[in-house]
Each structure stands twice: as C-alpha cells, then as structure tokens.
Design a protein around this ligand. Structure first.
Ligand SMILES: [Mn+2]
Length: 338
C-alpha cells in the first residue's frame, strides 16, 4: 500500500537547508521584539508587536485579511493541495494580499505521500516566510545518531517506507530533523488567539506559568505537541505518563495567558472540525481540526476514511469580534483511475 519513497534529489536537500536558513533569518530579524514577546503576561500585551519569530513562539502580528489553519495532514498531499486551491492561497499571496497559513503539524506518517507534504510545506515557507507558519507535531520528530534514525512517534510508516525502498538516507534525515527542531511550537495573536499542535502544557506546569516566554522550553514544547484532550474530565490525571489536560486545566491555561480561542490538531475529529466552549462564561473556545483522510482518499493509505477533512478560515477586516472563524470542508479532486 505504501507509495514508494520519492528519491531525495539535490533540490530537496537544498530546500531543507534553505528552509532552515529562512527560520534562522526570521529569528535573527525578530531579536528586537524578543523581550516583549517573552515578557508578555497576556496575549493582549502583544498589541503593536509585528509578526516575528522568537524562539519557538511565532507571533502572528496584526490579524490578516484571511487566515487559513490546517490540522494534521499525515501524508495526505491531496487534501493539502486542495485546501490551498480552495482558498486560492498561492494566487492571493503572489498578488501581495494579506493572507496567512498556519499548519498545525503532523505532516508525515500513516498516509502515503509524507514527503510530498513536507516538500510542499517547505516550498510555501521558503516562498512566503512572512505568510506561512509551520508548527511542529509529535510525528515531526526524528533523532539521528551514528546513522541510526529513531522516530519519536509510532507508527513511523514513512521511515519504514524509506527502509523498504532500499535504505534510508541518514544524512537527509539528520538535516530534516534539524529543520523539525527549528519549527515553532506555538503561534499567538494579540487578539487572543493561540495555536499549537495538541494542547496546553502539562497541568503541573500551569502554576509556574507566568509569561509567554515560559512556553519556550523543550519540555513545554514537547508537552504542547503531545497533550491529550480529556474535556469530559475536570482535571486530567493521565495514567500512562503522557501529558493530558482536562477542561479546567485548559481554562486555567487560557485565562492565565488571556487566550480566547485556541486551535489544535492531533486528536482525530471525524467531523473535520469541532468547537468546544470550555468555560462557564462562554469566553474560551477550543477548536480542533483534522485536515487528512476522507472516504476513498488514496493518499491516506487506508487511514482516516471516517474523517471529513476540514480547514479553519477566518476572514474579514474590522474588529476581532466581527471576524468569524469558520470551518470549510476540503474536497480534493479525484485522481484518474489506474
Ligand atoms: Mn499529533
């Protein structure tokens, strides 16, 4: 079932290095905003801070004319491409329109076109570094030591497919793992918007959370890409040691940092998008979006047939309250038979 791994070309190697360089340049260019971003106690403190990349924190800057958010892709190149076509992202970005894309991570595994997804994501980042944010998911992590590659998340079908296809290029995976390490863990907007792959940091950490800068540690970033939602519970007590969060944990995190809308992927949502009001006052909302799969989607490699792939879109100028966040179904074109 696995599509053969496309041979890594010199162009691909150059693309990965170029993407690393783009992230480095973004960070270097953001140095003058670092103390404001790190020191922010609430997202509203970021008013007036332009788009910038400080450590693992992507500050989104003023709300754009159109924001597109994609959840997990898991090797589904066709849904990725269809989402871009449906929102006319490339054409609008080329025309200099104020459009933004945030991908929530999990580019690889399970689906069969993992590298196509990575390649397209990197091409977008390199072409539009001011418009594209690629967050890191728990699947976007490989460790390479002495030529041995260890994936952080299982199943690692992508790595298995590479192995079956005549061996893995350890040098390429090393470059790629460096790139994945360099991706931001969280994206924030002054209007009260926070995006992460999975969820808030572990509940035990919340009491010591004072500023946005506290999110920028390897441990915290890891928790935010592995967190498991248990909203039916008040406080999560994960038995298996993996970070989980309950409804109250989430509300505490959001209220502490002044987050009104949090958007995550990671958890599979069959409807493609789900919005949960998590506090009694109706101020804190958690959106979860899944952008992979769909019935009969051949890129999905037999997974996620029960999912209706969706994206979140926010449009419109004017005050934040007038900007509606909405979900749209992603409908990839059917490829011809054979
Ligand atoms: Mn995930």
């Amino acid at each position: 079932m696995n599509r053969r791994f496309p041979r890594v070309s010199d162009q691909d190697r150059a693309l990965v290095r170029r993407a690393c360089w783009v992230l480095e340049a973004l960070r270097a260019g953001s140095a003058s905003h670092a103390s404001r971003v790190r020191g922010a106690r609430r997202l509203a403190d970021l008013v007036g801070v332009p788009r910038c990349l400080v450590g693992r924190i992507q500050c989104l800057g003023p709300p754009p004319e159109q924001l597109v958010v994609l959840g997990d892709l898991h090797g589904c190149f066709n849904t990725f491409r269809a989402a871009l076509e449906q929102t006319r992202f490339f054409a609008r970005a080329e025309a200099g329109r104020d459009v933004r894309l945030v991908c929530l991570g999990d580019y690889v595994n399970r689906g069969v076109r993992s590298f196509h997804v990575v390649r397209l994501a990197l091409l977008l980042l390199v072409r539009f570094p001011e418009r594209v944010t690629l967050l890191r998911g728990n699947h976007d992590e490989y460790h390479v030591r002495d030529g041995r590659i260890t994936p952080a998340a299982l199943p690692a079908d992508w790595l298995d497919a590479c192995r079956a296809d005549g061996g893995v290029d350890a040098g390429f995976f090393r470059d790629l793992s460096r790139l994945f390490d360099a991706l931001p863990a969280v994206a924030v907007g002054a209007e009260g918007l926070l995006l992460a792959h999975a969820g808030p940091p572990a509940p035990a950490r919340l009491r010591s959370l004072r500023t946005l800068g506290d999110l920028d540690t390897p441990a915290c970033a890891r928790e935010m890409r592995w967190a498991r939602a248990e909203l039916a519970r008040e406080n999560a007590a994960p038995s298996d040691g993996s970070p989980g969060f309950g409804r109250r944990d989430l509300v505490e995190f959001m209220e502490r940092l002044g987050v009104r809308t949090m958007i995550v992927g990671h958890r599979v949502v069959p409807e493609g998008a789900e919005c949960a009001v998590v506090d009694g006052a109706g101020r804190c909302r958690l959106w979860t979006v899944s952008s992979m799969g769909g019935a009969g989607n051949r890129d999905a490699g037999g997974h996620y047939g029960h999912v209706t792939p969706c994206m979140l879109v926010r449009r419109g100028a004017g005050p934040f309250r007038r900007r509606k966040l909405w979900w749209e179904r992603i409908t990839p074109r059917r490829r011809g038979a054979g």
